[in-house]
Design a protein around this ligand. Structure first.
Ligand code: HC1
Ligand code: SF4
Length: 558
């Protein structure tokens, strides 16, 4: 065993890559702006400096631990140093904290409180606001940027989109798109992962809650809402329940109290997607190998990525609309002849869903099928604004006539879930043992690229499940080099929708508990397969008769 000394106490070194991780393991919350274990080490913020036994200062994030090392994390010199960094950052920062979209979630605000910053000795150099509001998903505000580079590394290393980068030098340095064009004109796909890691309000998710409140205030308007699978397991500690705990019944109750007239579960829409996507998959398979793979298309950031960066795969994208869009088309159609104005809202874990809802393809005669998308974080804020004590609500069920869904629809929210749901449909063995076999075929788990082989009749289906756009890029490269796949599921956010940028931000352990929450919701569901959902039969023989293509499909073009 190896040990190092931290603040005079021995701490074992295991497989930590840097002393920051050893220090945090020892229970010391060393401050950082630019450290995420998933991203490369940048070492720019200098907040994690520690003092060594010779009086020198080392950045803990970029110093590997060594046997016998002695460091101090909280000396007078370090406190002074950290305060100075914070004051310098605040000097250049627009300080409209109380009205900032990131108020209460900002690391700079948090550390200014923690280090008792009572004033800033330097003049405020923040220029007049320089905001880019062009995206439907995120807003960028240069005056709140502390140049930690977290967004750049997320966009370039994990997502490999490359929409933003450092530009300029010295005091003129900023984070910019290429030629500083508005972000909506760049290759940005709206995944929001940059906002998820931004420690301040420099990149925030667009907030549409005011529009939803307005619709709720119009008493004559019918306001319906659908809740995405991943939302139910992410309300967590912000609302007084455990992260990963399935809060669907409480969300339904809260939405009713807020004034929504009809509350539905996007998992019902996911059942429609499973039926349509399975049929499309089998039809393509029948046409021969050159038609494969079929790429899923329910993740809008992935669709946008394919359109912008991988145009040759667009013809392989499923023509199925996402569950959100399928379900919205059905709900809008159901009320079409009612004289009452109808607004449909979707609560999603995702920022890109805001842009998906606004796509021309998803506008009916009466406007967009989904009028507004709010993220889980916006929902949390609206619940808090309403004064509802969430944890004290009595759980309620969703509304009829669209109130049934299968477990297959619920697991859509975790990477591998779409694939598992489609396999449950296409595999002819409908026994409980077959369900378990599918689950253990390698489609579950948090790895970025999972490959599985499944027997189908006398042939083997080769399947890939990908999450994180960088991994999608990698898999497409492998396909171009000759690897064959029949079915490829892609979700833009690492881990799938449970880790969407619209969810409260969590680190690795939290992701596992959210995935577990959805798998246990599936276990508790008495309907396991989409085709067993009784609503499907009545929809296909009723509202959808002769209109499946019009209401449930779309053709994406590169
Ligand atoms: Fe998702 Fe989907 S699973 S895309 O991750 O196919 O956002 O949760 O709603 O539409 O069902 C997101 C989640 C969501 C769709 C479904
Ligand atoms: Fe990059 Fe996604 Fe942020 Fe766009 S939203 S800049 S693609 S990380």
């Amino acid at each position: 065993k190896k040990y190092m000394m931290i603040d005079g106490l021995p701490v074992e070194i295991e497989d930590e890559k840097n002393i920051l991780e050893v220090i945090r393991k020892a229970g010391i919350k060393l401050p950082t702006f630019c450290y995420y274990s998933e991203l490369s080490i940048y070492g720019a913020c200098r907040m994690c400096m520690v003092e060594n036994k010779w009086g020198g200062l080392d950045a803990a994030c970029s110093t590997p631990p060594k046997e016998g090392m002695e460091i101090w994390t909280n000396t007078g010199r370090l406190r002074k140093y950290r305060k100075m960094i914070l004051e310098l950052l605040l000097a250049d920062h627009c300080r409209d904290c109380t009205t900032c979209n990131n108020n209460g979630k900002c690391k700079l605000q948090d550390l200014a409180m923690r280090f008792n910053i009572e004033g800033v000795r330097f003049p405020n150099g923040a220029e007049t606001p320089r905001r880019d509001e062009s995206s439907l998903c995120i807003t960028r505000d240069h005056n709140k940027c502390i140049l930690c580079g977290d967004c750049v590394r997320m966009c370039n290393e994990i997502q490999q989109v490359g929409a933003i980068d450092f530009a300029g030098r010295g005091s003129k340095m900023t984070i910019s798109t290429v030629f500083d064009i508005p972000i909506c004109e760049s290759v940005c796909v709206g995944c929001g992962q940059c906002a998820a890691v931004c420690p301040t309000g420099a990149i925030v998710i667009k907030n549409d809650s005011a529009r939803v409140w307005k619709a709720l205030d119009e008493k004559e308007t019918r306001v319906s809402v659908q809740i995405a699978p991943a939302v139910r397991v992410a309300l967590g500690k912000e609302l007084g329940i455990g992260d990963g705990e399935n809060a669907m019944g409480l969300i339904v109750a809260a939405l009713r109290r807020m004034g929504f007239n009809e509350v539905f579960d996007t998992s019902t829409g996911a059942d429609l997607t499973v039926l349509e996507e399975s049929a499309e998959f089998l039809a393509r398979l029948g046409k021969g190998e050159h038609e494969m793979p079929l790429f899923t298309s329910c993740c809008p950031a992935w669709v946008s990525y394919a359109e912008k960066n991988e145009p040759e795969v667009v013809k392989n994208l499923s023509t199925c609309r996402s569950p959100m869009q399928m379900f919205a088309a059905v709900i809008k159609e159901h009320h079409k002849h009612s004289p009452r104005k109808h607004v449909h809202v979707a609560v999603m874990p995702c920022t890109a869903k805001k842009a998906e809802a606004a796509r021309e393809e998803f506008r009916g005669e009466l406007g967009p099928d989904v009028d507004y998308v709010i993220t889980t974080q916006e929902l949390i804020q609206m619940i808090k604004e309403s004064g509802i004590v969430f944890s004290e609500l009595e759980p309620e069920a969703v509304d009829m006539p669209f109130g049934t869904m299968s477990g297959a629809g619920v697991i859509f929210g975790v990477t591998g879930g779409v694939t598992e749901a489609v396999l449950r449909r296409v595999i002819s063995d409908k026994s409980a043992a077959a369900l378990r076999t599918i689950a253990f075929k390698g489609v579950r788990g948090g790895e970025g690229i999972k490959v599985a082989t499944v027997k189908y009749g006398d042939r083997e289906l080769k399947i890939a499940v990908v999450s994180g756009l960088g991994n999608a890029h990698e898999l497409i490269k492998r396909i171009k080099e000759g690897e064959h796949y029949d079915f490829v599921e892609v979700m833009a956010c690492p881990g799938g929708c449970v880790c969407g940028a619209g969810q409260p931000f969590i680190l690795r352990e939290g992701k596992v508990s959210r995935a577990k929450g959805l798998y246990s919701a599936d276990k508790m569901s008495s309907i396991k397969r989409s085709e067993e959902n009784p609503l499907m039969l009545s929809l296909y023989s009723g509202l959808l008769k002769g209109r499946v293509h019009e209401l449930l499909h779309v053709h994406y073009h590169a």
